[in-house]
Design a protein around this ligand. Sequence first.
Ligand SMILES: [Zn+2]
Length: 83
Amino acid sequence: MDTLSPSGRSERMARVRNRDSKPEMLVRRIVHAMGFRYRLYDRRRPGTPDLAFSARRKAIFVHGCFWHRHPDPNCRLARMPKS
Ligand SMILES: [Zn+2]
């Protein structure tokens, strides 16, 4: 059972940032330093990749702990919410 009303939940979840996250900025900084040019959140590409390299037909998706999960049992962020 959710502790919030559906509209309250919707408002709360909408505040969870999914752009310009810390890991994403780290990847962007490294890739940029390597001299690659890319487009951010290109909606013309399937899945709206975080980084899109159009000419090379390549894309990078930076998957965060919470939304995509990962197997590290010690990560506090990759967890199922209690409600
Ligand atoms: Zn994690």
